[in-house]
Design a protein around this ligand. Structure first.
Ligand code: NAD
Length: 421
């Protein structure tokens, strides 16, 4: 067990403890939530292309199912381990609680480096994994989804394998599927669209408007590019965008639609470098230092840390990435009274539209792109306002308020079931 993963699990337990304390929750609620309800380990034999059989270790954890079935991705990575899967499943309980969707938390993973495997080997591994965990999942029990290194195609194989095992079409067993087999329209854009909605609501909460506001975004991948596109559509001036290759700046606002087309067509492997519509092309780390109204870290963990937090001039931060702010930087942000919309709320659009995909699968009736986005907007704005009012009532940061909201929903459900006093 590595120290890094032990820490991840301890961090989650501390967050649960802090939120329980802030809410004045009972010790028994903490005792239930401090670990997952169940976590299984499976050994998965896979026939490799060279004819040899290799055994991979896989996991599936359900943290809590008081509100509804478990929900969470499956990660394929060489650093996966049981403690990490447990911690990530707990975070999913809170993410679903914050989003106000009727799910508990789940997470899965396989210790594997898929970059060294053929497509056929990945398909056989994915089918064998779903077969191995079939006894503990189900469309009313625990519903997997994509995560690091797992794609819609992999979800398609998993859904097919599970349906074969059950002897009936079971599209609701996984989300993030390709559209022709029950994937939802709007899922691809959902996380970035949600981030833009949270930007708009943050301005509103401060008595300001996104229309004409200046924004800097770190990351131009799935989250960053849609956050930028929708923010521009809402009237914002996206003056800076960075990715791994550089940081682009234009004081009048970059043309995001053009930049989107540029990276899609770019021979430069999806990178923004070389885009002609920028005044300056700077080092990627310049992105947080501009005189803007809002910054959105949408790339990677620990992006805002004690080294760069003092450069930030914006009065709003919206966390599109998972864990982009270190605890030390978080303290500075609170002291500077910067309005921060935490990751657990800001990037919850993905899991929300996964929930919509599952609802569509269960009723076998499919919604238009516009319908999906309308429903996402209603639910995310409600989540934002509920958490804002908890924040104001308890005089805590939005991050603490978000955890409190999630714990409260789960504790209320456990109480209604008679599991705790
Ligand atoms: P992605 O791989 O599509 O894009 C990542 C982007 O970050 C790329 O543009 C890359 O160039 C850039 N980047 C990497 N290192 C950088 C650096 N040092 N400086 C500046 N830019 C850098 O990933 P994504 O799906 O957009 O996810 C981004 C973050 O959002 C991750 O933390 C992920 O866990 C989180 N997230 C994603 C989703 C989703 O639905 N995709 C949902 C919730 C959370």
């Amino acid at each position: 067990m590595s120290e890094k993963t032990l820490n991840t699990f301890e961090i989650v337990q501390q967050q649960i403890k802090d939120a329980c304390n802030a809410l004045g929750e009972t010790e028994e609620v903490f005792e239930i939530l401090k670990q997952p309800k169940s976590c299984i380990e499976v050994a998965i034999p896979v026939k490799m292309d060279n004819g040899e059989t290799k055994v991979f270790m896989g996991y599936r954890s359900i943290h809590n199912d008081a509100v509804g079935p478990g929900k969470g991705g499956v990660r394929y990575h060489q650093d996966v381990c049981m403690d990490e899967v447990k911690a990530l499943s707990a975070w999913m309980t809170f993410k679903c609680g914050v989003a106000g969707i009727p799910y508990g938390g789940g997470k899965g993973g396989i210790i594997v480096d898929p970059t060294n495997m053929s497509k056929g080997e990945i398909e056989r591994l994915s089918r064998a994994y779903i077969k191995a965990i079939a006894p503990v999942i189900g469309d009313q029990i625990d519903i997997p989804a994509p995560d690091v290194n797992t794609s819609p195609q992999i979800m398609g194989w998993m859904m097919d394998e599970y349906s074969n095992l059950m002897g009936k079409n079971t599209p609701g067993i996984v989300t993030g599927k390709p559209i022709p087999i029950g994937g939802s329209l709007g899922r691809f854009e959902a996380t970035g669209y949600g981030v833009a909605l949270m930007m708009r609501e943050a301005f509103k909460a401060k008595g300001e408007t996104i229309d004409g506001a200046s924004i800097a975004i770190q990351g131009f991948g799935n989250v960053g590019r849609f956050a930028a596109l929708y923010a521009e559509e809402m009237g914002a001036k996206v003056v800076a965008v960075s990715d791994v290759s550089c940081c682009l700046y234009n004081e009048n606002g970059l043309n995001i639609k053009d930049l989107y087309d540029y990276v899609n067509l770019s021979v430069n492997r999806n990178m923004i470098k070389g885009f002609k519509g920028a005044q300056d092309e700077l080092n990627r780390d310049a992105v947080f230092g501009f005189d803007v109204d809002l910054v959105a870290p949408c790339a990677l963990e620990n992006a805002i840390n004690s080294n760069n937090v003092h450069q930030i001039k914006a009065s709003i931060i919206v966390e599109g990435a998972n864990g982009p702010t270190t605890p030390e930087a978080d303290k500075v942000i609170n002291e500077k009274d910067i309005f921060l919309v935490p990751d657990i709320l800001a990037n919850g659009g993905g899991v929300m539209v996964s929930y919509f995909e599952w609802v569509q699968n269960l009723q076998n009736y499919y919604w238009s792109f516009e319908e999906v986005q309308e429903k996402q907007e209603v639910k995310m704005v409600k989540a934002f306002n509920d958490i804002l009012s908890l924040m104001e009532t308890h005089q805590v940061s939005m991050r603490v308020a978000a955890f409190m909201m999630a714990i409260k929903r789960v504790a209320d459900a456990m109480r209604a079931k008679g599991l705790v006093k």
